[in-house]
Design a binder for this molecule. Structure first.
Ligand SMILES: Nc1ncnc2c1ncn2[C@@H]1O[C@H](COP(=O)(O)OP(=O)(O)OP(=O)(O)O)[C@@H](O)[C@H]1O
Length: 260
């Protein structure tokens, strides 16, 4: 059975977000099936990041409702949303260049929220988490980099570290914001394999521009345009939808695959 036939993990109904009169997200309905990989795609400015921020509590909606496993989480602050099991990958800017990869994961494990570094503790306390931190580093392919300073990691490995930090929360729903952005082909392939490995037992929502990555990972795709849902459905159906091709290429020729 496809996860798309099962229950929803995350839903949005009539979601609206205005910025000083400008409607960035406009009446969005979204259903993310439990256990699925669900991609959010769309041209620049379509509202993907804003929607992501709404789903994780980083922004409050102007109107509408968000449910996690059927429970209303609308308007909850990001810490609460994270504790309920929704984690997002960190941006590289939130890594501490002078701390090791292992320390980052230990701190995320001990914070219990996956959100941050506000409860800085002693190294002795952190040691409690070192075995689990090692497992998570192994999982994302950083098993050999535990003692490496985050600032010295290559770009693709920094992104892998962000993923390990997000996974420290053991989230039910993992949100990944452009996980392959700025990567060379090799790192893209590694990241796709990594996401395929960590999706087991979880729901993954990803914003992704690279349609080949979407095709390899996503069960379902929501295409946004000008803040609205243009098309939603299984990947194979969405990629050949004339409205999607039009939105990406501005003509009915070609295919969404060309829109990297
Ligand atoms: N804080 C803000 N204040 C005002 N306008 C905003 C704000 N955040 C986003 N917007 C506007 O909302 C629209 C949607 O932006 P958003 O970043 O969500 O799009 P996106 O689909 O993620 O684009 P991209 O692919 O370029 O990241 C854009 O027109 C943007 O300028």
């Amino acid at each position: 059975m496809s996860p798309l036939d099962g229950p929803a993990a995350l839903t949005a109904r009539g979601l609206i977000r205005d910025f000083r009169g400008f409607r960035a997200v406009d009446q969005v309905d979204l259903t993310v099936a439990a256990g699925s990989v669900h991609a959010l795609v769309g041209p620049n400015g379509a509202g993907k990041t804003t929607l992501f921020n709404l789903l994780t509590g980083f922004l409050a909606p102007t109107a509408g409702r968000i449910e996690l496993d059927g429970h209303d989480i609308t308007g909850l602050p990001p810490e609460r949303v994270a504790r309920l099991g929704v984690a997002r990958s960190f941006q590289i800017t939130s890594l501490f260049p002078q701390q090791t990869a292992r320390t980052h994961v230990e701190l995320a494990l001990q914070s219990g929220t996956g959100l941050g570094w506000r409860f800085w503790r002693s190294h002795r306390l952190l040691e409690r988490f070192s075995a689990r931190a090692g497992e998570l580093l192994d999982l994302v392919g950083l098993g050999d980099a535990g003692d490496t300073l985050a600032g010295s990691l290559a770009y693709g490995r920094k992104r892998a570290l962000e993923l390990a930090i997000a996974l420290a929360l053991d989230p039910k729903v993992l949100l990944l914001d452009e996980p392959t952005a700025g990567m060379g082909l090799e790192d893209v392939d590694r990241t796709v394999e990594l996401i395929a490995a960590v999706r087991d037992g979880r729901t993954v929502v990803l914003v992704e521009h690279n349609m080949s990555v979407v095709g390899r990972l996503a069960d379902a795709v929501t295409v946004l345009q000008a803040g609205r849902v243009l098309v939603e459905g299984p990947y194979e159906q969405v990629r050949t939808d004339p409205r999607v091709i039009e939105a990406y290429l501005g003509s009915s020729e070609g295919s969404a695959d060309a829109a990297h």
